[in-house]
Design a protein around this ligand. Structure first.
Ligand code: SAH
Ligand code: F3S
Length: 459
């Protein structure tokens, strides 16, 4: 019997990517089949996140429940990975001795060995920072539908004062240029049409090229856009400081790059931005957005905002609300500040009362929802290019796709198998979590003559 693995993933898309690759790897090395119900698993892995509030406590309370899960299953194994694992290391096994092994964001590829050792009653903790070793040792990617993520860099060297990522995922390093292109090409051959390039600070990408030079994110995007089958490119997450003119040029020149950008601003107050060590002012952020909107009118902009950073006054918060009003973010991931162990901001007095943080957060969230709803309503009557990614879960014969600004559109699709095709739909109606549309046309697959032309144009 080969056995089954259940992976519980918290946090960012990079963790989702790591979990997916880990499942592929365990399938290859141990024949494990990934299941989505822990009750059916023999191996249970937790890929944790420590970016926000009380992550450590949440993990230990989850682990408390897993103790019972394990007690009911002779031979069952529990492994804990991700950023909390990186941060807590040996302490995890001290507080939860029934955990069989611990791995970090950069030792995902060593899980098969850790699992084998755990089964031989040799529990281990391996949270080393080993840079490229992980990517060199993961199996070839397996596509799961027409959209895929590709991790192109790891870690972060920005050291924003509130953020734990540089300590848990390590310093920035980029995967070599050719490795990324090879991975995208393999995915495209398996039917992937949209690729999201991932990194904690993805626009700091500097990939080594086989000719000895290095390529930035804009160059990478230009090459990815020439890979046969790839019709859409996204990337996340960007830091405003690394949002360079070359990326602006990419937005201007490359229509396969979606009209959407996630550009975390964190605060609308220069005083707070400086205390956060973000390295830019509101005026500088605004300038980048204005130039982006000039080359891509109507581009959808999403952001991250932290409320209640130490020392945030009513005035600082009012500046954040004013920026939200001005920018009309399409979506914002907003959070109440919480001190993260080992970060410089954790040394500051966390002086904004919890009730004030909660009230500010509620205001940010509700204003953002209003803006997003306005943007959705403004799409009614318009025609959108979507990638059809599945049959809609409800509604017989309905198909479902996503617009460039990441909205789900459901529409009657008929019998033809259109999943994986680009199409245009007219937007008819806004529903609570999706849009309703009408199919206008389906793009033909890219004729090979055009692919040849595009290949010839590769810089
Ligand atoms: N570049 C990263 C950002 C990491 S953390 C990425 O790929 O997403 C994601 C967001 O969590 C940050 O942009 C910030 O808004 C929020 N965050 C990070 N540390 C936090 C803290 N200590 N308290 C509250 N929110 C935090
Ligand atoms: Fe964190 Fe700032 Fe890097 S938010 S991930 S230290 S860009």
């Amino acid at each position: 019997m080969a056995g089954t693995v259940y992976i519980k993933t918290y946090g960012c898309q990079m963790n989702e990517y790591d979990s997916a690759r880990l499942a592929d790897l365990l399938h290859e090395t141990h024949g494990l089949v990934r299941v989505d119900d822990p009750a059916r698993a023999d191996v249970l892995l937790v890929n944790s996140c420590s970016v926000r509030e009380k992550a450590e406590e949440k993990l230990f309370s989850d682990l408390g429940r897993l103790h019972e899960w394990k007690a009911a299953r002779p031979g069952a194994v529990i492994g804990v990975g991700g950023c909390v694992a990186s941060q807590e290391g040996e302490d995890i096994r001290r507080r939860a001795p029934y955990v069989d092994f611990v791995f970090g964001p950069q030792t995902v590829h060593r899980v098969p060995a850790l699992l084998a050792d755990a089964r031989a009653k040799n529990p281990r903790v391996d949270i080393a920072f080993v840079e490229m070793e992980k990517f060199d040792n993961l199996p070839e990617p397996r596509a799961d539908g027409p959209r895929a993520f590709v991790s192109i860099m790891e870690g972060c060297s920005k050291y924003c004062s509130f953020c734990v990522v540089p300590y848990t995922r390590g310093q920035e390093f980029s995967r070599p240029f050719d490795d990324v292109l090879a991975e995208v090409a393999m995915l495209a051959e398996q039917g992937v049409r949209e690729v999201t390039l991932l990194g904690q600070n993805v626009n700091a990408y500097r990939g080594r090229r086989s000719d000895g030079g290095s390529a930035d994110l804009a160059t990478l995007i230009g090459y990815v856009a020439h890979i046969e089958g790839i019709g859409r490119i996204r990337f996340t997450t960007s830091h405003p400081l690394d949002f360079t003119d070359s990326l602006l040029d990419a937005f201007a020149a490359e229509d396969r790059l979606v009209a959407h950008l996630h550009l975390p601003v964190q605060s609308g107050s220069d005083r707070i931005l400086a205390r956060m060590k973000r390295g830019y002012t509101v005026a500088e952020y605004r300038d980048k957005v204005e130039r982006l909107r000039y080359v891509r009118p109507g581009i959808s902009l999403s952001t991250d905002i932290i409320v209640g950073f130490p020392g945030e006054t009513d005035e600082d918060f009012a500046a954040t609300m004013a920026l939200i009003e001005e920018m009309r973010f399409d979506l914002s991931y907003s959070f109440a500040y919480s001190p993260r162990p080992g970060t410089p901001a954790a040394m500051l007095v966390d002086d904004v009362p919890a009730a004030v943080k909660a009230e500010r957060l509620a205001r940010v969230l509700s204003r953002n929802l209003e803006h997003a709803a306005d943007i959705s309503r403004g799409m009614i009557g318009g025609v959108e290019r979507i990638l059809i990614d599945r049959r809609a879960p409800r509604g017989r014969g309905d198909l479902s796709g996503r617009t460039e600004n990441n909205r789900v559109v459901n529409f009657p699709g008929g019998e033809e198998d259109l999943v994986g095709r680009f199409a245009t739909v007219e937007i008819l109606e806004v529903r609570p979590n999706s849009l309703r549309g009408r199919l206008v046309g389906v793009e033909t697959r890219i004729p090979s003559a055009i692919v040849k032309q595009r290949e010839a144009a590769i810089p």
